[in-house]
Design a binder for this molecule. Structure first.
Ligand code: SF4
Length: 103
């Protein structure tokens, strides 16, 4: 993420914008890649993320801090957005990672 993006996100965190990552409906899911490999995706289980034709939109996990809205009628915050996003950004991968599972 560029310094400009960081600055924009910090501004959003203090300007009352909603971060989907801080919402109970933002769910982390595994996208199977075959065998034991998978990648991480996020989805809105309130059904708010839609493509133009109505199909559900799923995002790569490492981009989740960018999902922000001015308002959402289904938003259910899980904590203080500013602190939450600050911690999340510290822990998010910087690109789409591939994971393996023994499950
Ligand atoms: S319910 Fe609204 S705020 Fe929550 S994850 Fe979905 S779109 Fe984002």
């Amino acid at each position: 993420m560029s310094a400009k993006d960081e600055a924009l996100n910090e501004e959003a965190a203090t300007s009352g914008k909603i971060y989907c990552a801080n919402c109970v409906h933002c769910k982390l899911v595994r996208e199977p890649l075959g065998g034991v490999r998978y990648s991480l995706r996020v989805r809105c289980d309130a059904g708010k993320w839609r493509k133009k034709l109505g199909e559900e939109k799923i995002y790569k996990y490492f981009t989740v801090a960018r999902r922000s809205l001015d308002s959402c009628d289904a938003y259910e915050p899980m904590g203080d957005p500013k602190e939450f996003i600050k911690d999340l950004k510290k822990n998010l991968p910087i690109k789409d990672e591939i994971y393996t599972s023994r499950d």
